[in-house]
Design a protein around this ligand. Sequence first.
Ligand code: NAD
Length: 504
Amino acid sequence: MTVQTNTPASTVRRADDAATPLVSEGELPSAGQFIDGQFRPSSSGQTLDLVDPSTEKALAQVPNGTVEDVDAAVAAAVAAQPQWGRLTPKERSLVLLQIADRVEENSDLLVRLESANTGKPLVVSRDDISSTVDTFRFFAGAARAITSQAAADYYENHLSVIIREPLGVVGVVTPWNYPLLMAAWKIAPILAAGNALVIKPSELTPLTTIKFAELVSDLLPAGVLNVVTGTGPVVGARLAEHPDLDMIALTGSVNSGRAVARGAAESLKRVHLELGGKAPVVVFEDADLAAAASGLRAAGYWNSGQECGAGCRVLVHESVAEAFVQHLVSEVESFVVGEAGAGEDVEIGPLVSKAHFDRVTGYLERAKEAGARPAVGGSALAGPGFFVAPTVLVDVTDDHEVAKEEIFGPVVTVETFTDEEEAVRRANSVPYGLSASVWTENAKRSHDIAGRLDAGTVWVNSHLILATEAPWGGFKGSGYGRDLSIYALDDYSRTKHVMHNHSR
Ligand code: NAD
């Protein structure tokens, strides 16, 4: 490809030193585990340090949870669940609506807290918190509208009644990329279906989940919602193996998914896994190239590309590749990169941690050594903070590591293809199957290709638009189970057949 190399793309806009910090000390959540309706210290007495990813300065401390903390939380949830599960759908629905209102009333604080902990721009946090509110409102309604097969005599003189019951108690483990929103995607349907839960937020970003528990503690009976902070290998692993839990639901990486599934095997509890992605973006020669590039401006770089559905791997027809990359580069060059406190117009923040920054910059260095070329960006931006320039990598081939593995940063790779068969084969060639998009003005082609792409969500002439009413979840290495939509309520409940003999 003959596109000019033009690196680096951006500098980091800094918040004014004299500006008020995003959150004051008094606004930080309680420093404790939320168990049985109360905040208490971890049984270890130890804490984990949280760091602001924009400045690398200390932000807060949270308890480093133990197996004993998990066991206490599970016991509280087991005791609380039967009464919660016996409430009518209407009663549970009213509580979920109150939770939505409470989050909405405190959205300004939750937005600032999410940005302070993750580094994400205010515009991204605002979207997270408003989607959190919408998730609770949707499941409040869905709880009252559950459908199932009609009761009928499917056997002579025997009336079959199909009942949806809660599973019982669910363990939940969430990631750092959308801390409160990913928690809400689990908490709302789990509560709506009549279950109790114990949730472990990511050790990097627990603040909004703890604050959420604080904000809604008076709305839920003690023990129905419990939060235990700590690390994956201790708190997460105990939840996965715990004999008294009925399901473990994880949103996270493939490796954590494997660990959780292994841990759950002994007790044979249900497993719900929302794992990584490597979404192909297939751009045909008849696509609206400007629209595709502008769609990718959001879909490839939203949340600094730390997004499981990010459109991160472009497969573009060779005849339009150069024109498409030119559109994409001019979109990417216009990003405002900066600290969340540096203005409402900041679009790209830092990566979440030093470890993740090292991982993403490692991918960029190895890609360049392997022959890929940054058409824009391509390296870290001057610190402090974990900033990486929004990047488009060209001259990428499908044997490159960056074309196969999830980078989870502001990096979009571009490969070319010659014909449709090749495009579909290569799009499906990675072990992930979370999402994909196809860009073409030909309606027949779009139907056909969407059907052949191996992904839980396929967009046509769009990417990364989600609706709370529609299911989200993966195929293949991206896991199983569905978040959002009525399908999540199915996942968090069980079907019972009660058959009445009424012959006389
Ligand atoms: P991660 O797997 O490192 O951590 C996720 C959670 O799992 C954390 O709370 C962590 O403490 C816990 N964990 C780690 N090891 C564990 C173990 N052995 N047992 C139990 N729990 C363990 O993932 P992350 O880096 O926080 O998040 C990024 C990943 O999440 C990416 O791969 C991304 O694609 C994926 N993700 C998927 C979706 C989706 O809907 N499919 C949504 C968001 C993020």
